[in-house]
Design a binder for this molecule. Structure first.
Ligand SMILES: Nc1nc2c(c(=O)[nH]1)N[C@H]1C(S)=C(S)[C@@H](COP(=O)(O)OP(=O)(O)OC[C@H]3O[C@@H](n4cnc5c(=O)[nH]c(N)nc54)[C@H](O)[C@@H]3O)O[C@H]1N2
Ligand SMILES: Nc1nc2c(c(=O)[nH]1)N[C@H]1C(S)=C(S)[C@@H](COP(=O)(O)OP(=O)(O)OC[C@H]3O[C@@H](n4cnc5c(=O)[nH]c(N)nc54)[C@H](O)[C@@H]3O)O[C@H]1N2
Ligand SMILES: [Mo]
Length: 728
C-alpha cells in the first residue's frame, strides 16, 4: 500500500507492507527531490522511545544524581499521566505559571494540527500560562534590528524579489554566505517541488553573474561559475564598508535615492570617511580585516555600481557575534547603489536557505491548531536559555530595554532538541540541573530525551492524520496516516488530552473535538481565507490542493514608486541608515576571529547538514552514510592538512576551553585555509572525558548573545584547535 505524505524536505510516497514501512520514494512531480526522505526507512523505527520513562534519580528523589548521566525506568502511561499532572500542579501552585518554561524551540514535524509546539503552547495556555521564548535561532539578530532599519522584515527574509524577476532583470548577484543548494532542500512546513536549482541555472543562462563571498566555494553551486571571494568569517561588515567607501569616493553612490528614501546617511558618512573615528574605511583597511586583496574589493565595487545588482545575504551572517550589523550594513550598501525596489535588484536575505525563498509572495493564510493567548507575560530571547537558568531574577538587556529572567522550576519540551541546537552544551548541561523537573515528548532517545526526567513517547507524522503546508509554498496536503502508532507511543494531542483530563479540565484544550474534527476545522479556516478551495471531502480524497501561484514580485516596488504613500514601518517611514538610539552600522571586532590573537588557529563553521534536517533522522541511512571511519566528517583545506600532516580519514579531536568533539578529516580544496567546517545536527554524546563522540559542534561553540540588542545566538563565532587522535 502506498500513502502520500508531507515532510519539511518534500512530498513522498510511503510504501507499507503488513504495517511496516518498506520504501520511501519522492513524488514524480518533484523535479529535484531530496535524498533526506530515504532516512525514514530505518529512521522511523530506530532509537524510538517505546514506553513512558522516568529518570531513576528523579523517581527515587536522589538529589545527587545528574540529569544526562542517569538511567531510565519504564512506567505505564497511567503512571506517567499521574506523575506529569502532579508535577505541573505542584509547580503551578507553589511557584506560579511563569516558573514553567515551555519556550521549547524546534522544528518538530510538518502538519498544521499535530505541530508539537502548537500542541504544547495551547495545552499550557489552557493551564494558566508559561514562560515562552521569542525570536529564532535562524536569524534572531535580523528579527530585532530590521524593524528599526527597514520596518517589517518578513518580506526581506522569506519572500524577497522573486527568482523570475532576477532571471529577467538582474546582471550581478552578490551572495554573502552563498546560496547553498543543500539548504534549499527544505521549507519549514513542507513543500512539493524543489525549484531552487532550476531558478539558479535559469538565472545563469540568462546572463546573471554570481559572486560568492564565503569561506566555502561550494556555498554557491559549482555549476553557476561564480567568482569566489573567500572571506574571514564574521568580517562581512568590513568588506561592505570597503565597498561603500569605494562607491563614495568615486561618486558612484545614488544620492537621489539616499535623499528621498533613506534617513541618516550623513551620520554614517562621517564614519565611512573616518571623520568621526579617524579611520577611513578604505578597501585597504577592509583588506587587513577580511583577508581579501584590496584590488578585489575595488573591482567588485565598480562592478556592482555599473550592473543591475542584487545583494543576497545568507541567514548564517546573523548567527555571529554582532550579527545585527551585516544586515544593517548590507541594506546601507544596497541603498547606496540605489536599486532597491527596481525589478530583480536590491537586496534579499535568504536566497537558497529554504526552497520557498524567492518563490512566492508571503502572507497566504493557512489554518492551524489555535493557541489561546498566553495568560503569563514572561518571555526570553530564545537563545538566552542557559543564561536564564543560571541567573534567575537577574536583569538583562534586549531591544533597548531591561528585562528580568524568570525563576524556572519546570521545563517542558516538545518538538525540539536543545541538546543538539543550543551553543556550549557543557554549560547548558550544568545549568539544566537547576530546575526541579524536566519533561519532554520525543520520538527518539536523542540527547534531549536523555537529559529529561520524564520522557513521553510521541507518535511520528507517519502514524497520524494531518494537514500540511507552508504559507509561502503552493500546496496543501492531506497527510494520511501510513502506519499504526509504534507500540507504546501516543500522538502529542492524545498525551495532552489525557493530561488535561487528569488536571480536571479536558474541554478547554480539546473543545471536545477528535483528530478528524480538528482537521476539518483547520481546513475550513484555510478554505475561508483562500479562493477556489474544494470542500473537505474532495480535498481529502484528492490528497492535495494546489494554490494558484501569484505573479512574480519585486520587493519594495511600492515604496519605490511612492515612499510617502507606502511608508516603511520604521520610526520615520524611510530606510534608517542611522538612528538616534542605535547609531549606524559599524564594524565591531568579534571576541573570537581569525584576525584576533587568541590561542586557537582555526575558525569553526557549523553549517546546516546536507543529509538531514538538523538532528532529525541523524540515525537514518543517508545521514549515517556520510560518516568517515564511523565519525562525522570535518572539512579542511589540503594546504592546512599538509602543514599539520593530516590526511582524509584521520581521527581528530577538535577542542577549545569550552569542550571537545571527535571527527574525521575530509580534505576539501573548496574551503579557504584556517577554516574547519562541520554539519550541525549530531546527537550530542560525550564520552567519559566529555568529548562528543558524534561530532556535535555545539560542544565547542560559545553561548553569548549577538549583542544586548537582539541577544541572538552567536554559534558561528568560534575558534578551535585540532589534534590527531591515535586511539579509536
Ligand atoms: N552550532 C550551530 N548550532 C545551531 C545552528 C548553527 O548554524 N550552528 N543552527 C540553529 C538553527 S538555525 C536551528 S533552526 C536549530 C534547529 O534545532 P531544532 O529545531 O531543535 O532541531 P530538530 O532536529 O529539527 O529538532 C526537532 C525535534 O523534534 C522531534 N520531533 C519531530 N516530530 C515530532 C512530533 O511530532 N512530536 C514531538 N514531540 N517531537 C517531534 C525530533 O525528533 C527532534 O528531536 O539549530 C540551531 N543550532
Ligand atoms: N538540508 C538542510 N537544509 C536546511 C536546514 C537543515 O538542517 N538541513 N536548516 C534550515 C534552517 S533551520 C535554516 S535557519 C537555514 C539556514 O540557512 P543559513 O544560515 O544561510 O545556512 P548555513 O548552512 O548555516 O550557512 C550558510 C553558509 O554561510 C557561510 N558563512 C558562515 N559564516 C559566514 C560569514 O561570516 N561570512 C560569510 N560571507 N559567510 C559565512 C558558511 O560557509 C555556510 O556554508 O537552512 C535551512 N536549510
Ligand atoms: Mo533555523
Amino acid at each position: 500500500m502506498i500513502t502520500r505524505s508531507l515532510t519539511h524536505w518534500g512530498l513522498y510516497d510511503f510504501h507499507v507492507e503488513n504495517g511496516v514501512l518498506k520504501d520511501v520514494s519522492p513524488v514524480p512531480e518533484d523535479p529535484d527531490p531530496s535524498p533526506i526522505g530515504k532516512n525514514l526507512i530505518k529512521g522511523n523505527y530506530a532509537h524510538r522511545v517505546l514506553q513512558p520513562s522516568v529518570r531513576k534519580g528523579f523517581l527515587e528523589g536522589n538529589k545527587s544524581s545528574f540529569r544526562g548521566d542517569d538511567e531510565f525506568v519504564s512506567i505505564t502511561w497511567d503512571e506517567a499521566f499521574d506523575l506529569v499532572a502532579a508535577e505541573l500542579k505542584r509547580v503551578k501552585n507553589v511557584y506560579g505559571n511563569d516558573a514553567i518554561y515551555a519556550g521549547s524551540y524546534g522544528w518538530a514535524s510538518a502538519g498544521r494540527f499535530h505541530h508539537a509546539l502548537s500542541q504544547l503552547h495551547r495545552f499550557l495556555s489552557c493551564l494558566g500560562g508559561y514562560t515562552e521564548s521569542i525570536n529564532t535561532y535562524s536569524f534572531a539578530a535580523a528579527e530585532v534590528i530590521l524593524p528599526h532599519v527597514i520596518g517589517r522584515y518578513e518580506g526581506l527574509l522569506k519572500a524577497p524579489t522573486s527568482w523570475p524577476e532576477i532571471v529577467d532583470h538582474c546582471e550581478l548577484m552578490v551572495c554573502f554566505g552563498g546560496m547553498p543548494l543543500r539548504n534549499s532542500q527544505i521549507t519549514n512546513g513542507g513543500m512539493g517541488k524543489h525549484v531552487q536549482r532550476d531558478y539558479m541555472h535559469r538565472a545563469k543562462s540568462a546572463g546573471v553573474n554570481f559572486v560568492n563571498i564565503s569561506p566555502i566555494r561550494s556555498d554557491n553551486a559549482i555549476g553557476l561559475g561564480s567568482d569566489w571571494i573567500p572571506i574571514r568569517p564574521g568580517t562581512d561588515v568590513a568588506l561592505m564598508l570597503g565597498l561603500a567607501f569605494e562607491l563614495y569616493t568615486n561618486n558612484l553612490h545614488n544620492k537621489a535615492f539616499l535623499e528621498r528614501y533613506c534617513s541618516g546617511f550623513d551620520e554614517f558618512e562621517r564614519y565611512l570617511t573616518g571623520l568621526s573615528d579617524h579611520q577611513p574605511k578604505t578597501p585597504e583597511w577592509a583588506s587587513t580585516i577580511t583577508g581579501i586583496p584590496s584590488h578585489k574589493i575595488t573591482t567588485l565595487a565598480h562592478h556592482m555600481a555599473k550592473s543591475k545588482t542584487m545583494i543576497s545575504m545568507a541567514w548564517s551572517l546573523s548567527r555571529h557575534q554582532h550579527g545585527e550589523q551585516p544586515y544593517w550594513m548590507g541594506i546601507t550598501l544596497a541603498a547606496m547603489l540605489g536599486q532597491i525596489g527596481l525589478p530583480g535588484t536590491g537586496i534579499g536575505l535568504g536566497y537558497g536557505v529554504e526552497n520557498k525563498v524567492g518563490k512566492n509572495i508571503a502572507g497566504k493564510y493557512l489554518g492551524h491548531f489555535p493557541r489561546p493567548p498566553n495568560p503569563v507575560d514572561s518571555r526570553i530571547p530564545v537563545a538566552r536559555l542557559t543564561e536564564m537558568l543560571e541567573r534567575p531574577g537577574q536583569t538583562y538587556r534586549y531591544d533597548n530595554a531591561e528585562h528580568l529572567y524568570p525563576d524556572i522550576r519546570l521545563i517542558y519540551w516538545a518538538g525540539g532538541n536543545p541538546f543538539h541546537h543550543h551553543q556550549d552544551l557543557n554549560r547548558l548541561k550544568a545549568a539544566w540541573q537547576r530546575p526541579e523537573t524536566v519533561i519532554c515528548h520525543e520520538l527518539v532517545w536523542n540527547s534531549t530525551a536523555l537529559h529529561a526526567d520524564i520522557v513521553l513517547p510521541s507518535a511520528s507524522f507517519l502514524e497520524r492524520n494531518d494537514i500540511g503546508g507552508a504559507p509561502n509554498e503552493d500546496i496543501l496536503v492531506a497527510m494520511k496516516q501510513a502506519l499504526p502508532p509504534l507500540a507504546g507511543s501516543l500522538t502529542d494531542y492524545e498525551i495532552f488530552s489525557q493530561l488535561a483530563e487528569r488536571l480536571g479540565d479536558p474541554d478547554t484544550f480539546t473543545e471536545g473535538k477528535s483528530e478528524d474534527e480538528w482537521l476539518r476545522s483547520i481546513y475550513q479556516a484555510t478554505a475561508a481565507a483562500n479562493p477556489d478551495m474544494p470542500d473537505f471531502e474532495t480535498f481529502w480524497a484528492d490528497g492535495i490542493h494546489e494554490f494558484r501561484t501569484p505573479a512574480p514580485h519585486n520587493l519594495f516596488s511600492q515604496f519605490r514608486k511612492d515612499p510617502d504613500k507606502h511608508k516603511l514601518a520604521t520610526a520615520d517611514g524611510r530606510i534608517m541608515i542611522s538612528n538616534r538610539a542605535m547609531g549606524h552600522p559599524v564594524w565591531l571586532e568579534p571576541g573570537e576571529w581569525l584576525g584576533g590573537n587568541g590561542a586557537h588557529p582555526f575558525h569553526l563553521i557549523s553549517h546546516q547538514p546536507e543529509s538531514r534536517l538538523h538532528s532529525q533522522l541523524y540515525h537514518g541511512e543517508t545521514s549515517q552514510s556520510e560518516k568517515i571511519s564511523g565519525l562525522a566528517p570535518i572539512s579542511l583545506n589540503p594546504i592546512d592538512a599538509a602543514a599539520s600532516r593530516f590526511a582524509t580519514g584521520d581521527k581528530v579531536r577538535v577542542f577549545n576551553e569550552r569542550g571537545a568533539f571527535y571527527a574525521a578529516i575530509q580534505l576539501d580544496d573548496n574551503i579557504m585555509t584556517s577554516i574547519l567546517s562541520i554539519a550541525t545536527g549530531a546527537w550530542w554524546d560525550p564520552d567519559e572525558d566529555g568529548v562528543c563522540r558524534n561530532g556535535n559542534p555545539n560542544a565547542v561553540t560559545q553561548d553569548i548573545g549577538t549583542s544586548a540588542l537582539a541577544q541572538g545566538p552567536s554559534a558561528l563565532t568560534c575558534m578551535v584547535s585540532i589534534e590527531k587522535v591515535t586511539s579509536a
